[in-house]
Design a protein around this ligand. Structure first.
Ligand SMILES: Nc1ncnc2c1ncn2[C@@H]1O[C@H](COP(=O)(O)OP(=O)(O)O)[C@@H](O)[C@H]1O
Ligand SMILES: [Mg+2]
Length: 398
């Protein structure tokens, strides 16, 4: 054996040794990086409660990043120096340990550059927690609606966020190992990395709480009011088009730099969807663009506004799927269909729709929405009562 061969042999056995060393705090399995497959043995997805306590300064208030419908989120620092975000699930899931673990294992395999990476979970007694990669810029709402609107959120960045979220949703709907309907697309669920690239968070959370009506009511009422598709809000009809509607609202918020409902704006401007529709009909769409933007690309802005309206069509059959959205955003030559009136949410809780079909699907392979109980031309003029929300359909099949 030559000197070089011997050195190589020593190096490779050293490397094999290092690979077997477990990172502190993880009960087996090496820390995953995006792109790696989740390991099969269940232990690889568990974090010790003690490790998370130390990492988050015993879940101190100072470490709290926010509090959503599922419970508080804390920033943590692992002994390796890696920053993490720990979501304490305060709702009790009806799932047993095994089912919960299986769902987390599945979610670990769902990885994309536009999704926040789930690293694992912690289950100790009744406590359940999810551990995510930490994103230093937090969420899009902080940039978009914060008092000090960030100058970093220029048009190029905004358009990159619009396309990145579309890419992440397309992956969840069509390409992931299991189809995921997110159900809670909104500005605070779009996290931003160091370069302000968007990453969708909280995907698959609904999967961890199957059949838990209390949770779902909380989920909807606290989290998604203003982003909810009419058929989902009123009847619980769920399909990929539920996410498309929320995505449409989000796109309009990104272009306009305002929330979907802002009573301080008063009058016709209060409701983002109705106001956008009004401007569109008057041929003044670009008046919607955030006035704090020094410059922007008018073609991209006009296209985004039209796309936002298309995604918010009242009837789910009239909304594009994410395949088509992605195509529209990435092709210069694609002529967008003219949208009809969007599913407007009246102030007294009244949804009204227009039944004309504005959207022609360009991708025949992806016309299935999964929701079958509402006819494409049905018209909702119904009181929307928060108390009457119930889940009648959980069809998530492709
Ligand atoms: N992985 C993460 N990295 C950094 N900040 C996060 C992360 N996850 C959540 N956050 C912050 O914590 C806040 C609360 O999160 P969450 O409980 O999901 O509630 P919501 O999404 O309803 O705001 C978010 O708005 C976001 O600013
Ligand atoms: Mg969230």
């Amino acid at each position: 054996m030559s000197c070089l061969e011997r050195a190589m042999a020593i190096f490779s056995s050293l490397y094999a040794c290092l690979k077997r060393i477990k990172p502190a705090g993880r009960r087996g399995g090496a820390g995953r990086t995006a792109g790696e497959e989740a390991e099969d043995e269940p232990s690889s997805l568990f974090f010790d409660l003690r490790t998370l306590q130390v990492a988050t300064n015993f879940f101190s208030e100072l470490n709290q990043l926010g509090h959503g419908g599922f419970g508080p989120v804390y920033k943590g620092l692992m002994p390796s120096g890696q920053e993490i975000a720990v979501k304490k699930l305060s709702l009790t899931s009806r799932q047993g340990m095994r089912e919960f673990t299986n769902e987390v294992k599945l979610l670990l395999k769902i990885q994309h550059r536009n999704l926040v990476m789930l690293m694992g979970c912690c289950v100790e007694g009744s406590e359940k927690m999810l551990v995510y990669e930490y994103l230093s810029n937090k969420s899009l709402d902080c940039f978009l609606f914060g008092k000090e609107k960030s100058a970093r959120l220029d048009w190029i960045t905004r358009f990159r966020i619009i396309t990145g979220v579309a890419r992440g949703l397309l992956y969840l709907h069509e390409e992931a190992p299991a189809r995921i309907i997110h159900r809670d697309i909104k500005a605070s669920n779009i996290l931003l990395d160091d370069q302000l690239n968007p990453k969708i968070s909280d995907f698959g959370l609904a999967r961890l709480f199957p059949g838990d009506d209390t949770h779902l009511n909380t989920f909807r009422i606290s989290g998604t009011h203003g982003y909810m598709a009419p058929e989902y809000a009123m009847r619980g009809y769920l399909s990929v088009k539920t996410d498309v509607f929320s995505y449409g609202v989000l796109v309009l918020e990104i272009v306009s730099g305002r929330k979907n409902h802002d009573s301080q704006l008063g009058g016709e401007k209060m409701d983002l969807l109705s106001y956008t529709w009004k401007l569109f009909q008057e041929g003044k769409s670009l008046d919607l663009v955030d006035s704090s933007l020094a410059k922007y690309n008018p073609d991209e802005a006009a296209m985004s506004i039209q796309l936002g309206l298309l995604c918010c069509q009242a009837s789910y059959a009239d909304r594009p799927d994410m395949n088509s959205v992605h195509l529209m955003l990435s092709s210069d030559s694609f002529t967008l269909p003219r949208p009809g009136k969007p599913g407007l949410q009246g102030r007294v809780g009244r949804w009204t729709t227009n039944t004309s079909s504005a959207f022609t699907n360009t991708n025949p392979s992806s016309t299935q929405t999964g929701a079958t109980k509402v006819s494409a031309s049905s018209s909702f003029i119904e009181e929307y009562s928060r108390n009457s929300i119930s889940i009648s359909s959980f069809d998530e099949g492709r």
